[in-house]
Design a protein around this ligand. Structure first.
Ligand SMILES: Nc1ncnc2c1ncn2[C@@H]1O[C@H](COP(=O)(O)OP(=O)(O)OP(=O)(O)O)[C@@H](O)[C@H]1O
Ligand SMILES: [Mg+2]
Length: 196
């Protein structure tokens, strides 16, 4: 059976597509992987043809068909709003990854996504991932406390703001950057651990 990993956050530009791409690229070294691109802008779908290590499946209305796809891992990349597909996607996902930047405004914006995950009983299958963390910053207690009211775990691995991630989509990953690769490997491991 495929493991379905939903990547979602109602805010734009938090790194949903970038994380989906890099996690898919990383897992494709040892498994069969697809990304279902539910963003109507189709950002990842435009890479179809350039990407050879995994499949990118364009927008589908038929959410229920996703579990029938035959891959080890299926990432579902979502648009920057709470789409009407989201409740069903939360229910069928084995893991829900919510990337966020570490700013106060970003955490205010995350609330409606986390509330929807709670409402659809997905909290114990969800994970918040801090992305684009600036060099020489530590996440302040305020930020972590702000998330405490939701019973949603936070990934131990933080993904830094690194040019390797910006370029990763063109370079088929971050293997050229030791730091980025180390972070991606750790996050991949956390995700696999949570899935098994
Ligand atoms: N860890 C990172 N370090 C540096 N740049 C990053 C990182 N993650 C994402 N980016 C960059 O941030 C921008 C937004 O990322 P991305 O498109 O993945 O976000 P998104 O959440 O999918 O946005 P949207 O909601 O609009 O689809 C892109 O230019 C991407 O290259
Ligand atoms: Mg995107």
């Amino acid at each position: 059976m495929s493991k379905i990993i939903l990547i979602t956050h109602q805010k734009g530009g938090v790194g949903k597509s970038t994380l989906a791409f890099n996690l898919a690229q990383n897992l494709s070294k040892s498994s069969t992987v697809a990304i279902v691109d539910l963003d109507l802008q189709g950002s990842l779908s435009q890479l179809n043809g350039l990407v050879t290590d995994f499949d990118i499946i364009p927008f589908t209305d038929d959410t229920a068909a996703i579990p029938e796809l035959d891959y080890d891992f299926i990432f579902v990349d979502t648009p920057p709003y709470l789409s009407n597909q989201l409740p069903q996607l939360i229910q069928l996902a084995d893991l829900i990854v919510v990337p966020t930047k570490a700013g106060i405004l970003d955490l205010l914006a995350i609330k409606s996504t986390l509330e929807l995950i709670e409402k659809e009983n997905g909290s114990d299958r969800a994970m918040v991932v801090f992305n684009m963390v600036k060099a020489n910053t530590t996440l302040t207690l305020d930020i972590l406390i702000g998330l405490e009211e939701y019973n949603i775990p936070i990934a131990k691995t933080h993904i830094s703001d690194l040019v390797a991630f910006t370029r990763s989509v063109l370079l088929n990953g971050v293997d050229n950057d030791r730091n980025a690769k180390k972070q991606l490997d750790r996050l991949t491991e956390e995700i696999i651990t949570k899935l098994v």
